[in-house]
Design a protein around this ligand. Structure first.
Ligand SMILES: [Zn+2]
Length: 231
């Protein structure tokens, strides 16, 4: 079971690089086994090209390493904070993908302008507030997770309906029910961020998609009345 978890996490991390979302070591993917309360995550400082299943580190929900020779990603406390607060989330991806990070740096959420966005995200992807100096100096990575949780809760977002949050001045954290789905969400997030920037170039006054069209596109693929696809 845990071996399969490690394999999925290794494949997911490699996929981030294959999709062009990460360069060098700028990103990480994890998945949780909620029953065993074990998180599998990328090791710190290992390039995506060199990553092997045996490199994947297993930690408990307090961050203690339970298996693996390498140190877990330095962002592990951020991932754990998200898992502890949102039991529906089974996988977390963090990247510095160019266009999504552009919005994070500009302290702007990604407004839903069209159906590409609406098929995957049920509305605007939020951006967090900036961390305080105190939050940066002490427990920075855990506080990054806390500000994500705070943003999702304050905006009353279901983190599987809008499965991403931009951290101010930093970049996207993306959620999902499996590692594979979370990689897909990260790819789509980057694409809609890119389209969003292009749309604003064509018309800086562009407004959010109409609610009826947002509802139609998201709800036909997700939720109890979904009818799109072969599912
Ligand atoms: Zn980062």
């Amino acid at each position: 079971m845990l071996e399969e978890l490690k394999e999925r996490v290794c494949e997911g991390n490699v996929a981030l690089a294959e999709h062009g979302l990460v360069i060098f070591t700028w990103g990480n993917l994890s998945e949780i086994d909620f029953e065993k309360k074990i998180v599998a995550i990328k090791p710190s400082g290992v390039s995506f090209e060199e990553l092997e299943t045996e490199d994947i580190v297993l930690v408990d929900l307090e961050g203690k390493v339970v298996e693996g020779d390498k140190r877990p990603s330095s962002d592990t406390p951020t991932h754990l904070e998200i898992y502890r607060n949102f039991p529906k989330i089974k996988s977390v991806v963090h990247t510095h993908s160019t266009h999504a990070t552009t919005f994070a740096q500009a302290l702007k959420g990604i407004e839903c302008f069209g159906t590409t966005h609406a098929d995957h995200f049920f509305g605007k992807v939020p951006v967090t507030r900036k961390l305080s100096e105190e939050e940066i100096v002490n427990d920075y990575e855990a506080n990054t997770g806390k500000v994500i949780v705070e943003t999702v809760e304050e905006k009353k977002i279901d983190p599987l309906q809008v499965p991403a949050c931009l951290v101010a001045n930093h970049g996207p954290f993306v959620f999902g029910e499996t590692a594979e789905k979370t990689v897909e969400n990260a790819v789509v997030l980057e694409q809609v961020a890119r389209m969003n920037i292009e749309t604003l170039k064509v018309n800086p006054e562009t407004k959010a998609i109409d609610q009826a069209l947002l509802d139609k596109h998201f709800l036909r693929k997700h939720g109890k009345n979904a009818y799109y696809g072969q599912g």
